[in-house]
Write a protein that binds this ligand. Structure first.
Ligand code: LRH
Ligand code: MN
Length: 388
């Protein structure tokens, strides 16, 4: 697809969802470094997310996490967001921060604990009814730390039972998207450790269940674009949690550690005809800005996804297909590398200009004075964080 008009139109209609928790304090087990001006409540997080959309034009929704974003009136919160030009997006359940969940939530041996976890998942669907969100995102910390600790198959049965109960509760336009993770916080088994396990559960549930690929949740060296291609072929790629990592689930800025991988992933998305918002694949960021300023970090991350997407869109697919079918190994690789090696920043600056935006969102945000404003205003109260 080298038709530049079509490429620019595709870039202008891109939709990248930012996570509310990226605007709050976050860290590691060693330290959570507080930062000045950090939001203290869901409305301030949404106001910060609206800044990212204001300067990039392609981040019109913000994912919420319950109870980190708990409020009395979710419809009012959605209206507040709409007034700022963003929508409440994916609803993330949280059954990983309560003492009851030490041995798991929906896979816990104790039926009382499983019931408690299921009730939270069902409450999250009620919240989706109020916010108008399409997706319920489920990530489970559930697993075991030692061989023999629990029965692997029995835990799968318990998980399947809870997922089926939630699936029954979904409305006609709602989906549940199941995220997998190889390890952490459980270190011998995770009950949803990989794409295959997530896919099996989704296929068992029905068409409103799909797989979430968090780019930080694989073993080192995993070919993520292969997983993307296979899930798209099965019609079960629900979306992405984009971030990057050097070693584990580092939750660093998307594209920061491996921009080529992000480009290869977006190429696989394009090959599967799933780039456009209508295809139903959710493109989300799931990151923690432990040491860097959060709003600029989100803006930079959105730009990194845009750049990876632009490079993937510049792949000469006709030439690529011809080289592939001719068995021209180097020729085919060169077509893709030619696109990847293209500096797409001028093209994206043009796209932003056409959208009435400053060509350099990072600089424009810095000039806006918003950072200084929130530091001056947000004095007192408790900075938002992971709440554990
Ligand atoms: C788990 C995860 C999941 C979220 C959490 C914030 O590692 O990726 O998507 O619930 O991070
Ligand atoms: Mn994630």
């Amino acid at each position: 697809m080298r038709n530049l008009t079509a490429v620019k139109a595709a870039l202008a209609t891109q939709r990248i969802e930012t996570p509310s928790w990226a605007y709050g304090n976050s860290g590691t087990r060693f330290k959570v470094f507080g930062q000045p001006g950090v939001p203290r409540n869901p409305r301030e997080k949404i106001a910060d997310a609206a800044q990212v959309h204001q300067f990039t034009g392609v981040a019109p929704s913000v994912a919420v996490h319950i109870p980190w974003d708990q409020v009395d009136d979710y419809a009012a919160l959605a209206a507040f967001a709409a007034d700022l030009g963003v929508a409440l997006g994916t609803v993330n359940a949280n059954v990983f921060q309560d003492d009851d969940y030490r041995l798991g939530s929906v896979a816990n041996p104790d039926p009382r604990v499983r019931r408690k976890a299921l009730d939270h998942l069902l409450e999250c669907v009620d919240i989706m009814d109020a916010t108008g969100s399409r997706d319920l995102k489920l990530w489970f910390a559930d697993g075991t730390n030692y061989p023999g600790q629990d029965d692997i198959r029995a835990r799968q049965d318990r998980l399947a039972g809870a997922l089926a109960a939630v699936y029954q509760r979904l409305g006609p336009d709602q989906r549940m998207v199941l995220e997998y993770k190889l390890f952490e916080p459980s270190f011998y088994t995770m009950d949803v450790p990989d794409w295959g396990t997530s896919l099996l559960h989704c296929l068992a549930l029905g068409p409103k269940a799909a797989v979430i690929v968090d780019t930080g949740h694989h073993a080192p060296g995993t070919n993520i674009e292969f997983i993307v291609a296979v899930l798209l072929r099965a019609g079960r790629l629900g979306g992405f949690d984009f971030n990057s990592r050097f070693y584990a689930d580092d939750d660093l800025m998307a594209g920061a550690a491996d921009p080529f991988q992000l480009c290869r992933i977006m190429h696989a998305v394009g090959s599967g005809g799933a780039r456009a918002p209508e295809a139903g694949v959710a493109f989300m960021l799931d990151q923690c800005h432990n040491i860097e300023p959060k709003i600029p970090g989100q803006i930079r991350s959105v730009l990194n996804v845009q750049e990876a997407t632009a490079k993937a869109l510049l792949v000469d697919r006709e030439a690529l297909a011809a080289a592939q079918l001719a068995g021209d190994v180097l020729g085919a690789n060169a077509v893709l590398m030619d696109a990847y090696d293209t500096d797409v920043r001028p093209l994206l600056a043009q796209v932003r200009g056409d959208m009435g935006l400053d060509p350099d969102p990072v600089a424009a945000y810095a000039r806006s004075g918003y950072a200084e404003k929130i530091i001056a205003e947000r004095v007192g109260g408790t900075p938002a964080g992971w709440g554990s």
